[in-house]
Design a protein around this ligand. Structure first.
Ligand code: DGI
Ligand code: FE
Ligand code: FE
Length: 193
């Protein structure tokens, strides 16, 4: 699918602000794909569609989670988590994208997961550091992403988890799994321990 066609489709699903964010994620994801040797076309499409379901009614998303046998624990956690797996489903069924790599990058863009693919990491980080993002700690993650994707991911996850802790919010287990997997991989690589 051509970029202009994908953008035309997603624009109808989003607010102008969210569309501008999507363009930022697209540019950032393509740059990261170039730098780290991922498929640039897949990065482009995954970025364009990553927030496809962001504005779907909660009832519709809940229905899809139940009917498609998605992890049940989603329903007891922050509804903000739902648009990622529901987005993957809708991008496949409504847009017709069947590439599992692209769909997984959309599916895991909010929580991550253990053993993320390069493309999944790129979309997670691009979503976090695109030029429109201005929250505290983003600059550190931008710097780290220039040299080491895993370090950038760890920093972004730490920030997200800390942010949720401060707001007295539960942490979705898959977010913790993502953090743990990266920290254990790092420990395994270090010679001093
Ligand atoms: O869709 P975006 O705003 O571009 O970004 P996103 O898909 O990363 O969603 C961020 C939202 O998801 C933000 O409100 C925090 C929330 N979130 C992310 N991880 C977790 C989480 N909420 C809970 N409760 N637990 C998590 O692990
Ligand atoms: Fe999102
Ligand atoms: Fe996003």
């Amino acid at each position: 699918m051509e970029r202009h066609e994908a953008l035309e489709i997603v624009k109808k699903q989003l607010t102008d602000h969210r569309y501008q964010h999507t363009l930022g994620v697209m540019e950032t994801a393509i740059a990261l794909a170039k730098q780290y040797g991922a498929d640039e076309k897949k990065a482009e499409l995954a970025a364009i569609f990553h927030d496809y379901a962001k504005f779907r009614p909660k009832e519709e998303m809940k229905q899809i989670i139940l009917e498609q046998n998605m992890p049940n624990d989603l329903l007891s956690h922050n509804t903000e988590l739902w648009h990622a797996p529901v987005g993957a489903y809708l991008v496949q069924t409504e847009v017709g994208i069947d590439d599992e790599d692209i769909l997984n990058a959309i599916r895991y863009h909010t929580s991550g997961r253990s053993d993320m693919t390069l493309l999944e990491k790129i979309i997670y980080i691009a979503d976090y550091i695109e030029p429109g993002r201005i929250f505290k700690g983003v600059e550190e993650v931008r710097e780290l992403a220039k040299h080491d994707l895993d370090e950038a991911l760890i920093e972004a996850l730490k920030n997200t988890i800390q942010f949720l802790l401060k707001k007295n919010q539960p942490i979705y287990p898959m977010t913790i799994d993502t953090y743990n997997a990266l920290m254990m991989k790092k420990k395994g690589e270090s010679v001093s321990e």
